[in-house]
Ligand binder design. Sequence first.
Ligand code: NAI
Ligand code: MG
Length: 362
Amino acid sequence: ATSKTLRIAVIPGDGIGTEVMPYGLACVKAAAKIYDISLEFEEFDFASCAYYQKHGKMLPDDWKETLSKFDALYFGAVGLPEVVPDHVSLWGSLLQFRREFDQYINLRPCRLMPGVRCPLANRKPGDIDFWIVRENTEGEYSSIGGTMFPGTERETVIQETVMTRIGVDRVLKYAFDLAQSRPKKHLTSATKSNGISITMPYWDSRVEAMSPSYSDVKVDKFHIDILTAHFVQRPQHFDVVVGSNLFGDILSDLGPACTGTIGIAPSGNINPTGKFPSLFEPVHGSAPDIMGKGIANPVGMIWAGQMMLEHFGYKEAAAHMLKSVENVLARGEDSVVTADMGGHGNTKSFGDAVEQEILKGK
Ligand code: NAI
Ligand code: MG
């Protein structure tokens, strides 16, 4: 952990993003207090549809300069489709951050928490605990391609997968490092070299090339189709799973879905070099169907804050935060937890309970 002050830009966004953010902040601040971590927060109203309505754009022109000064972005959710079309709000904000700040890692925990009804049969907390590392900048999601002869019989569309050695190696290095830092030291690579016969064998060859530098890390690989089946049938096998942009996208929805509600899942969009800030957010969106009611589950936002502390090396504080969330979930008090977890509590009761649990101390 660094002893310098960590500067965090707070961007609540839209809908329930603005409702869960105060509790995320309260919990991060509580952990910082207990562990004596120096944090500095500045809140911004852009990257929201309200900002768009006022200014005709999602972000101010100097957003990159403004946000570059921060170590991390703590982000709620963006989007109000009734007000601004989703492609405008998302592309005009969150996707700009990911791209311009070269956040080439998308990181999601896949962890079965106590008190969460697991959609998979006979699984208990501890059985499922792994990370999904997704390449976040290239691969299948490329702008190389085009359309020819549109509207005719010869109508032709092509979109190329782009894998660069830099792009592949940096995501693999991150995944190997993460695997090496964990007790199981086990990395699984998602491939499809039997069908996608150029880029996927290349991906596999880079895994093989890097593997000797991590002799203590056990490596295996599965084709993406059977890998999805294994996620469901033997999730206990996994420790760190790395995939290309498309495969990672699919796995990073499937994995957390195997461990419960969307209201609790967090995600990191990380630039490990530190050249630009990384972004930590709940997986869920702005949930217009429940906004304004104060009933959104705050755990995704809180857990995203936990990932942020972990990313910056505050391991003990992060572990304490995660344990505190787990303790509150395990108690599962009906008056505390929100409706998506079967309770009658609200954002405040749930968020306050986690904050109080953190403040109980080490
Ligand atoms: P959503 O995640 O906002 O909601 C999906 C369903 O899950 C809804 O029924 C909602 O009520 C429920 N839900 C989500 N978070 C919850 C929480 N914390 N507690 C309890 N229930 C929760 O996804 P949806 O409806 O597809 O998108 C709504 C808006 O959010 C759109 O504008 C979309 O573009 C945007 N969005 C933004 C994301 C982001 O900022 N990273 C991610 C996903 C969607
Ligand atoms: Mg997705």
